[in-house]
Design a protein around this ligand. Structure first.
Ligand SMILES: Nc1ncnc2c1ncn2[C@@H]1O[C@H](COP(=O)(O)OP(=O)(O)OP(=O)(O)O)[C@@H](O)[C@H]1O
Length: 853
């Protein structure tokens, strides 16, 4: 620190000295003075200027790059203030480096774009100088090149992974994104007392050429950034400014706080820098000597600088999953959750940052754009906790509402049968209904715990656990952590699911803390516009790249974060005074847990191996997965002869247990099942329903009549007849045969594929069968592609069980007789039982063929 202060003092002294020399030189260089300057005197001054330039722009900033040694060390004073643009040549044989102040002062504009080879070379040489001279990682470059497709920035591409340079924006939207990021970089709270700069990073926006169609709006934003930027460490280099005016609207003044370069042939003229002048003559506002701009730097030089910066960033960011885990094997599962849970979430320099779930920091919120490493961060936290606390101390409920695999690694798969033993329920690409069911389960657990508090007469979770231990309960009460990725999906939409989910989340957020129930809500799009006091329950805010929204609007500390870093704030995102450090905010680096798959896999196997062998695997809901009758536990127990009464099993309900959705048959009139939907999956659900009913009956105790009236049903009907034929009497009929079989006096099941295709007159017996059949053990299981045909045929004779596939909500409402919450979507169905007045959304049973990967 003292070192850098003294270096700043030194630079300031050099600056004063150089300014004095420049002033003396200017008198002579202002060639339009009355007397022709003495060449000898000019040579002497040029020499003085060279000395001054070497002091102001040492090393990388001012040396000729073609002669620059690769061994010149990188880094130096922050910020590198002066940078060389080229060589000024007042006389044929007298030259000195032409410098401008840029970082820490203002901006640079060039009146030609990088399509001019001199500008092209200049931009690269300025970039390599600044990147090499600034302390590694302290200069973030945002690049725009509307015309040249980013070619000028190509040699710097390696800096992208280190987060130091963005991929060049090449169109108007890209420009807007860059401007938006730069605007975020601006310090808020202008107009309040100036604060000491806390930033140790600067942002440099380099526009090599504006995209076509750039409009007045963007140009104004650039001008506004130029006005406000320097106070916040934001600087611009704009080539092609002012842009050629297309309309009065796009006519632009020079940018404020800017040194302007005007490219002539073969030299350039450099205007006065902001707030200063090169000359003493008030009529001359430029450096009164032609300047030959620096050429494109040697490629190996750029490459070497980039390589070293990337290596530096990799070394600085080298945190591995092992750094977040307990150090020794003895510490595995040694944690006691009575007072809270804690884990290391990342490293601040060399210091591990420990975060907690306890009374003070009960819930966390995580924000970051897509690809910012949210999954990585959450997976780290889950393994960190899973390694420290046993499943008896910590239970996990994991919900992911986006397409992706955030939590898929915690559940058993065909390839790897292990699972994270703490996981109780895992939803991958979960449905909102499933999310709601999980919240209900947590709410019920919270209610049970609240009652236990009252009974035990205690107020704190640790006391509750102690009381339970005294009562001789040998298992401690675990803390529960529920992680919800993309939680806005659950709360989105103005429907009853959203309303109930919001109420449950609110109650969990408020009351959960005292019951040992904790939440992590994550999203790429925070919109913290819900009730303020709801978000107030989340004191821990973690901002990953692009996730600054989780912080207070006035807190800009997450601007420009590279991948693998996060701002962790434990004061609800509050910024607070820009002091040297903020006690409640840290920037940490965190690893990509999947960088070392072997370590990860070993860890999961170790945790799984240590579980109580009686632990059940988590209940898993994978939104995209099909469900099959053959895997269903209720069906299996029916096959084993344990069915209490016949029921058609049609799918798995969207509840936490994925319970089997069943339609039971009894003797009440109307006890039949009708399946609706044009999709052929209707025939598959009917097939599952018929198989399951057959399984519920002891062999040779009932009779099945099977008819397929549509081509889509033929194959299934045939296979079904063969299958059921092993256990029960089966008759396969055509439309005419079916008409005969619609006889309520004959017990048994009629299974009809495509019943809407019955020829006219073929449904005459239907009404009687529907009404009187059940009393005699006769039931109809049918699939209708067209619900209207069903309505006409049944004419109000009730069918109690209706299962809807791709049937619009309005039609469902008309058939059920009242509105129901239903949006038809792939792989989902709605089952309504009129008698029980129950409706469930479910994943229907499909035939196993065809949908397996
Ligand atoms: N700390 C890290 N260091 C380096 N690479 C990382 C780090 N964290 C994540 N990554 C990589 O970045 C990519 C995106 O990470 P991740 O999937 O975690 O992001 P995400 O925010 O969950 O994205 P999405 O929301 O789109 O799923 C992955 O390829 C991952 O390997």
């Amino acid at each position: 620190m003292a070192d850098s202060v003294s270096r700043v003092h030194q630079a300031a002294a050099l600056h004063r000295q150089a300014a004095a020399i420049a002033e003396a030189a200017a008198t002579v260089l202002d060639g339009d003075g009355p007397a022709t300057p003495d060449p000898l005197e000019q040579h002497r001054l040029v020499e003085d200027l060279r000395v001054a330039a070497a002091a102001l722009a040492p090393g990388w900033l001012g040396a000729p790059l073609e002669a620059q040694s690769l061994n010149t060390p990188l880094g130096g004073v922050f910020p590198p203030q002066f940078v060389r643009l080229g060589v000024a040549q007042p006389l044929d044989d007298a030259r000195f480096p032409a410098l401008v102040p840029l970082l820490g002062t203002g901006h640079l504009t060039i009146d030609a774009t990088a399509t001019d080879s001199r500008v092209f070379g200049l931009l690269r040489s300025i970039l390599v100088r600044l990147l090499a001279a600034a302390p590694a990682g302290s200069l973030l470059v945002r690049a725009v090149d509307g015309v040249g497709a980013g070619e000028v920035f190509a040699p710097f591409a390696d800096l992208r992974d280190a987060g130091l340079m963005s991929p060049p924006a090449t169109d108007r939207q890209g420009l807007r994104d860059v401007l938006a990021e730069a605007e975020k970089w601006l310090r808020p709270g202008r107009g309040v007392a100036p604060r000491r700069s806390r930033r140790d990073r600067m942002m440099l926006v380099v526009i090599a050429s504006l995209p076509e169609m750039t409009e007045g709006e963007e140009l104004r934003r650039i001008a506004a950034l130029a006005q406000q930027g320097p106070d916040s460490g934001l600087h611009l280099i704009v080539a092609g400014w002012p842009p050629p005016p297309l309309t009065a609207e796009t006519t632009q003044a020079p940018l404020p706080r800017t040194t302007m370069i005007s490219v002539r042939n073969p030299y350039a003229v450099i205007g006065d820098p902001p707030g200063a002048t090169y000359g003493s003559n008030p009529h001359v506002s430029w450096l009164n000597a032609p300047v030959f701009l620096d050429d494109d730097p040697p490629p190996h030089l750029v490459e070497a600088v980039c390589r070293e910066l990337v290596a530096h960033s990799a070394a600085a960011s080298h945190v591995t999953l092992a750094d977040l885990l307990p150090e020794t094997a003895d510490e595995m599962w040694a944690g006691d959750a009575a007072e809270g849970l804690s884990t290391v979430v990342g490293h601040d320099g060399d210091t591990p940052l420990i975060l907690r779930f306890n009374d003070l920091t009960p819930h966390w919120m995580v924000g970051g754009r897509s690809g910012a490493g949210k999954t990585a961060f959450l997976v780290n936290v889950l393994y960190g906790l899973g390694a420290r606390y046993s499943p008896g101390e910590l239970a996990l409920y994991l919900l992911d509402f986006k397409e992706g695999v955030t939590f898929a690694e915690f559940v058993p798969t065909r390839r790897d049968r292990t699972w994270l033993p703490h996981a109780r329920a895992v939803g991958v690409e979960a449905d909102r209904e499933y999310g709601l069911a999980v919240l209900r389960e947590l709410d019920a657990e919270m209610a049970r715990r609240s009652v236990a508090y009252e009974r035990a007469g205690v107020a704190r979770f640790a006391e509750l656990r102690a009381a339970a231990a005294e009562e001789g309960r040998n298992r401690p009460l675990p803390r529960i952590l529920c992680v919800i990725d993309e939680f806005p999906v659950l709360l989105g939409g103005a429907d009853p699911v959203a309303t109930e989910a919001a109420a449950l989340l609110d109650s969990l957020a408020r009351t959960g803390r005292s019951c040992g129930i904790h939440l992590i809500l994550a999203s790429q799009n925070m919109l913290l516009q819900g009730p303020r006091d709801f978000f107030g329950q989340f004191p821990v805010r973690i901002a990953l790249p692009g996730g600054g929204d989780v912080l207070e609007p006035a807190n800009d500390s997450a601007a420009g974060l590279p991948l693998g870093t996060a701002v962790v704030n434990t004061a609800g995102g509050l910024g607070g005074p820009r002091g040297a450090t903020r006690g409640h905010e840290r920037m940490v680096r965190f690893p990509d847990p999947h960088a070392d798959e072997e370590l990860l896999s070993d860890l999961r196997h170790k945790l799984w191996g240590a579980r109580n062998p009686e632990t059940q695997p988590p209940r898993v809901f994978a939104g995209y997965a099909s469900q099959h009758l053959a895997d269903d536990p209720t069906y299996r127990s029916a096959l084993a002869g344990r069915a209490a009464r016949p029921a058609a099993l049609v799918g798995r309900a969207l509840d936490v247990n994925l319970s089997t959705a069943a339609f039971p048959f009894d003797a009440s009139p109307g006890r039949h099942l009708a399946i609706f939907g044009t999709q052929a999956s209707g025939s598959e659900v009917l097939d599952a329903a018929a198989r399951s009913v057959a399984a519920c009956h002891q062999p040779r105790t009932t009779r099945f009549v099977i008819a397929s009236l549509v081509a889509e049903g033929d194959r299934l009907a045939e296979a079904l007849a063969a299958e059921i034929g092993h256990r029960q009497e089966v008759v396969v009929v055509d439309a005419a045969g079916l008409a005969e079989e619609l006889d309520p006096q004959r017990p048994g099941y009629r299974v009809v594929f495509g019943m809407d295709a019955t020829p006219p007159g073929g449904l005459r017996g239907l009404e009687a069968l529907l009404r009187d059949g059940p009393g005699r053990g006769a039931h109809l299981l049918s699939w209708w592609r067209d619900p209207r045909r069903f309505a006409e045929a049944t004419e109000g004779a009730g069918v109690a069980g209706m299962l809807f596939l791709n049937v619009p909500g309005a039609e469902v409402a008309a058939m059920v007789g009242r509105p129901l919450e239903w949006q038809p979507r792939p792989n989902r169905a709605l089952l309504h039982d009129r008698h029980a007045d129950r409706t469930v959304t479910l994943v229907p049973f499909l035939a196993p063929e065809g949908d397996e990967p």
